[in-house]
Design a protein around this ligand. Structure first.
Ligand code: AMP
Length: 567
């Protein structure tokens, strides 16, 4: 058994070095030293991860639970523990100082004292599993007890890394790259074989175990497993359609649907759905399960796609709506009726027992088309392979008109790279500009917000005259906390109050994001902003430094042409 003290000492040594080569070597040496069972655990612990990212087990320990546990183990009041966190800037150092400063409160919890003194990596892991498994009534107290026990048994240096591990923030600079290289070095397996196995399993612990057990054969034997989500391939921001086509030549163009990503595993009639964060959301989306059962003919498959809220006007519903569906745990059927979903599939990475990682997008897509029978609610995303800029611009406009986000430009010859934000998938979306505008007025809110100023009247400036020209109101983007702060600030600036309407001394500048500038006779400037949202207060700017009327006109004219960009 490896002592947790040895693990903590390794973390400390890693923290003291800035060379990633040295870090890799230290981790590799440690991998060679630990027991088989502990290798899997240590490979995750060293990255600050307790369970594989896709595991249903979640630590769920927040700062307050951690401070309470440290407080109980050390005998220091919680307030003092919090002070230590403030002083040291780190929960680990705070835990260490708390435990060093006070007598350990072991005797009260004799029930946890085991025969063997000192913590091992396995002990700590078992205890963390117990924490993750605590649920229901009394689970908070149980978690605190488990953590308290670990802290009571810990040495000062162990306490540092125990505290950080509990909240899964080890902060020693070891990430996936270093662990991958350390596995390769320790067990003499090529790095790309380790990388590939990682893509398939999404668990470096498992890869390390196989590398140790059977070297290259063990690692290459790892494959996608249904029910164990892989990371999703990600997209990068593009420099616009012209730049992409001149670099990539021919591109596969698809709409960039405005919804939420889903990875779907089909194993016979068994269908599981994972969100972008790899949470199992199957229980919330029985309609998607049914669509896949009915319309995907493959015996087994891992499919990639976007779930979109089907709005009443045929356009996609708001993102908040989709979150309501994804997060729903009870009364799922009612929500399903209220917020119907549509599924657009755009990739397949595993089919009938075979991983498709070595196939190009074009080849994978053919497989996808072959196994899907489209229906009113489930389709394969349309794709156009072209190098013609005008065609792509047309598709882009169609996508925006249909209420979607823009287009994805994909390299037709590219392989599926899980977790990568590579240059093979590029997104083209409208440029989201922000404007700095002076706040010239406001309006008292309603209901819950009655005692607060709920919206603010914005203005740009005419530099020739120094006049403020109104351009609309903003009420979105103001958090409850800001609401109070801004209200007391603007109360001092009120010059006229008539009914709910207020006029202010122009003094404060807001940075505001928006989707589009429209012509409008309602406002002095002749323009209005579509979907304005407060980004922040520009305390560094004075009122007369607001954006000018001329700039707004220019932006308005630009967006009428090619308004896509690197957003
Ligand atoms: P972003 O979230 O802005 O980085 O854009 C990437 C996201 O766009 C993906 O994670 C998907 O959820 C979504 N998306 C919508 N349509 C597509 C598509 N045709 N291909 C790939 N991703 C898409």
């Amino acid at each position: 058994m490896t002592s947790f003290q040895d693990f903590a000492a390794l973390c400390q040594r890693i923290e003291d070095t800035s060379s990633s080569l040295e870090m890799t070597q230290m981790v590799a040496d440690f991998f060679l030293m630990v027991d088989d069972d502990e290798l899997e655990i240590v490979s995750r612990f060293i990255m600050g991860l307790v369970f594989p990212v896709w595991s249903p087990l979640q630590m769920g320990i927040g700062p307050s639970l951690l401070y309470t546990s440290v407080s109980k183990a050390s005998g220091l009041p919680v307030k003092e523990v919090i002070n230590l966190v403030r002083e040291t800037g780190d929960v680990g150092l705070a835990a260490r100082d708390a435990l060093t400063a006070a007598q350990k409160a072991q005797s009260t919890f004799a029930v946890f004292n085991e025969e063997e003194p000192g913590l091992s990596v396995q002990n700590v892991y078992n205890r963390l599993i117990d924490i993750a498994n605590s649920s229901g009534k009394g689970s908070q107290a149980a978690r605190v007890r488990h953590l308290q026990f670990l802290f009571s048994e810990a040495t000062p240096v162990e306490a540092v890394y125990l505290a950080r591990l509990a909240i899964e923030e080890l902060r020693i600079g070891v990430g996936e790259g270093i662990v991958r290289d350390a596995i390769a070095a320790a067990f003499n397996v090529p790095k790309d074989a380790v990388e590939r196995a990682y893509m398939m399993t999404n668990d470096l612990g498992l890869v390390a175990r196989e590398a140790k057990r059977a070297g290259l054969d063990g690692v290459t034997g790892l494959d996608i497993k249904l029910g164990r989500p892989i990371k999703m391939m990600l997209a990068q921001v593009s420099q616009g359609i012209v730049a992409v086509t001149s670099e990539m030549g021919t591109v596969a163009v698809e709409w960039k649907f405005d919804g939420a990503r889903v990875q779907i595993h089909k194993d016979g009639d068994n269908v599981s759905i994972y969100s972008r964060r790899l949470e199992d959301v199957t229980g919330s989306l029985p309609d998607i399960v049914d669509m896949v059962r009915a319309g995907v003919s493959a015996r087994s498959a891992v499919l990639d796609g976007e779930a979109v809220v089907l709005g009443q006007d045929g356009k996609p519903g708001a993102f908040q709506q989709i979150l309501k569906r994804f997060r729903r745990k009870y009364d799922v059927d009612t929500k399903m009726g209220e917020i119907p979903l549509q599924l657009f599939l755009f990739d397949v990475v595993y089919l009938n027992g075979e991983s498709l990682f070595d196939m190009t997008l074009v080849q994978r897509r053919q497989r996808l088309v072959d196994c899907v029978t489209p229906s009113g609610t489930m389709q394969v995303a349309e794709q156009f392979v072209t190098s013609d800029v005008l065609t792509i611009e047309d598709i882009y406009k169609q996508a925006l008109n249909a209420g979607h986000e823009g287009v994805m430009l994909k390299n037709p010859e590219s392989l599926y790279s899980p977790g990568r934000r590579g240059k093979h998938w590029l997104k083209v979306k409208p440029l989201m500009e922000t404007l700095d505008l002076t706040v010239v007025g406001g309006e008292w809110g309603e209901g819950r917000r009655a005692n607060f100023i709920g919206s603010y009247q914005l203005a740009c400036i005419d530099p020739d005259t120094g006049d403020f020209l109104s351009i609309g109101r903003v009420g979105t983007g103001i958090t409850d906390e800001m609401l109070e702060e801004l209200t007391s600030r603007f109360k001092e600036l009120i010059v006229v109050e008539s009914g709910k309407e207020l006029e202010f001394v122009p003094q404060v500048v807001f940075e505001v994001a928006f989707e589009e500038i429209q012509k409008s006779p309602t406002y002095d400037s002749g323009f209005a902003l579509r979907f304005p949202r407060l980004v922040r207060v520009r305390d560094d700017k004075s009122a007369d430094e607001a954006d000018t009327h001329e700039r707004i006109e220019q932006l308005y004219l630009n967006q009428k042409g090619r308004n896509y960009n690197a957003a």
